[in-house]
Design a protein around this ligand. Structure first.
Ligand SMILES: [Zn+2]
Length: 288
């Protein structure tokens, strides 16, 4: 088995692509995890509220420094608690996408519940900024086949939650814009105290080296480098500086297509790649 002749085709002679994606989770996962329970502690909530208060603005300013557009996925409840977020992101030209209402895990919910959440989220975006998102990123990157069907029927263009290739592919009539844990800030930096996380946050210099190594590998193999950051995690001072160094490094490479997830999905859908890399969603057969 060889990958010769199977390289993904990028536009305009580019050899790879780079997507800066931002999951604006803020309090949403905390609210979902504690639903129905009484909570009195402020610590975890305040750490998460740092995202909307300071982290998000720093990330928006950083993207402006590089004149880059990113894709921002905002849970519906976060947009409603912080009604300044969607206008701030949209006014700077970035893409907005759906990321659950309470950051619910979709495999814990029924198909009908997931469909209602998609509608509820889109209504918030429409009401606040007059935008109907065409992109979806699932909370915790979990997806089910019936959710993919719902996305297609509701005219979403793409999902960005899975890792089946390291370049875009076609899945159940949608484009999949793949993510990966290696390029997610939470893996290295998320630390909540109270024994919730077992290891101290990673050294930003080490993470920078790992991310550049992955980017260089994806350049070699012709893939998509999807970086995913969370404002409550990567908005911290040392991580903004890390992101600035990373973006400066990638900017120096002229063979990279910087694109939003929407641009990537539109390109993929209209290109020959869409049929070359087409798969069906297949859950495992566990009836044995
Ligand atoms: Zn999230």
């Amino acid at each position: 088995m060889t990958n010769e002749g199977k390289r993904y085709r990028w536009p305009d002679g580019k050899t790879c692509a780079f997507l800066f994606s931002v999951d604006v989770d803020a309090e949403a996962p905390f609210l979902w995890d504690h639903r129905g329970k009484e909570t009195r502690g402020l610590s975890n909530l305040e750490a998460r509220r740092f995202g909307p208060r300071q982290g998000l603005g720093r990330i928006l300013d950083l993207l402006d420094e590089f004149a880059v557009l990113g894709s921002f996925y905002v849970p519906g409840v976060v947009a409603e608690i912080h009604p300044e977020i969607l206008p701030a992101v949209a006014s700077r030209g970035h893409e907005l996408g759906v990321h659950g209402y309470y950051h619910e895990r979709v495999d814990d919910l029924t198909e009908a519940e997931n469909r209602r959440i998609l509608d509820r989220c889109r209504a918030v975006f429409q009401e606040q900024v007059g935008v109907t998102p065409c992109g979806y990123r699932s909370p915790a990157w979990e997806v089910t086949a019936d959710l993919l069907t719902a996305l297609r029927e509701k005219n979403f263009l793409y999902d960005s939650s899975l890792m089946g290739f390291d370049h875009p592919y076609s899945l159940a009539g949608l484009t999949e814009i793949p993510v990966q844990w290696l390029l997610d800030d939470a893996v290295y930096f998320k630390f909540q105290g109270d024994g919730l996380d077992r290891w101290h946050p990673a050294d930003p210099q080490a993470v920078e080296a790992g991310w550049i190594e992955e980017f260089e590998g994806l350049r070699e193999f012709g893939g998509l480098c999807t970086l995913t950051v969370h404002p409550w995690i990567s908005g911290r001072a040392q991580r903004i500086r890390l992101l600035r160094r990373l973006l400066a490094f990638i900017r120096r490479q002229e063979d990279v297509w910087w694109a939003t997830a929407r641009e990537l999905s539109e390109y993929h859908g209209a290109s020959a790649n869409a049929t070359v890399y087409e798969i069906k969603p297949e859950p495992a057969n566990t009836n044995f």
